[in-house]
Design a binder for this molecule. Structure first.
Ligand SMILES: Nc1nc2c(ncn2[C@@H]2O[C@H](COP(=O)(O)OP(=O)(O)OP(=O)(O)O)[C@@H](O)[C@H]2O)c(=O)[nH]1
Ligand SMILES: [Mg+2]
Length: 222
């Protein structure tokens, strides 16, 4: 990388993979989001940045394999986004990421970008915590299997409060927060935020990104 130039980062992947959401979750607002790599009738975007974040939407398609085969591993990090949709528990997503990393020879990070975007900017309100505490002893699943089940009017007289929690933390965030409260019903807003943030996997990605960034600026003498 030439001296004096700032590090260029591109965020890429198929349509709807979560490129925009991930940029927000990492506060990487100077990173460039490319057009989707699978845009019909258009060639794949030119991927020539100093660092590439390749986002997978929880699934791995032949188009991803083709393109990833052409990218330099030392400049590329793969994000296995939508980890909440892989299997039934976090270890399923972690195992899938490990398998892909071995297969591709590139680092792969399981992440739930949508919830990480919430934990980056939000805080649990007292109302959120009260609502979650009212329902933490209910069997889950089925409670957080869908938006409809979690906000069902006949469940309890607080459907608006449940909708508000869902708007703040997404279904996966609500499910994690309820699991945490089942272990310790006394958890407060700060602890819940910290637990939820850790559960998104975003910190490991953030650390590696920071490390690569430092390497690039050091080798460029800047
Ligand atoms: N379940 C789940 N959904 C997610 C996650 N991250 C993003 N999404 C959802 O995926 C959809 C697409 O997210 P975007 O960030 O707009 O994806 P994108 O790759 O920028 O999409 P385009 O720019 O249209 O190609 C949105 O509905 C997001 O809410 C995640 O970690 N889990
Ligand atoms: Mg986008």
């Amino acid at each position: 990388m030439p001296v004096g130039r700032s590090v260029r980062i591109q965020v890429t992947g198929r349509a709807r993979a979560g490129k925009t959401t991930l940029r927000h979750a990492l506060s990487l607002l100077t990173a460039e989001e490319t057009r989707p790599v699978d845009h019909p009738g258009q060639p794949a975007p030119t991927l020539d940045a100093d660092l590439l974040l390749y986002i997978l939407p929880g699934t791995f398609a032949p188009a991803d394999r083709r393109l990833l085969g052409t990218l330099p591993p030392e400049r590329t990090l793969v994000v296995l986004n939508k980890a909440d949709t892989i299997g039934t528990r976090w270890p399923d997503a972690a195992a899938r990421a490990e398998q892909l990393a071995t297969d591709l020879g590139i680092m792969v990070f399981p992440v739930v970008a949508s919830v990480a975007a919430c934990t980056r900017n939000g805080t649990f309100t007292d109302a959120d915590v009260l609502t979650l505490r009212r329902h933490h002893t209910r069997p889950d699943p089925p409670l957080t299997l869908s938006h409809e089940l979690f906000t069902a009017p006949d469940l309890a007289p607080d459907p608006e409060a449940r909708q508000a929690v869902l708007d703040h933390w997404e279904l996966h965030g609500v499910s994690c927060a309820l699991a945490a409260l089942r272990h310790d019903p006394a958890l407060g807003p700060r602890a819940l935020l910290q637990i939820l943030h850790s559960a998104t996997g975003i910190d490991a990605l953030h650390r590696e990104l920071h490390h690569r960034y430092e390497l690039l600026t050091t080798t460029a003498g800047g």
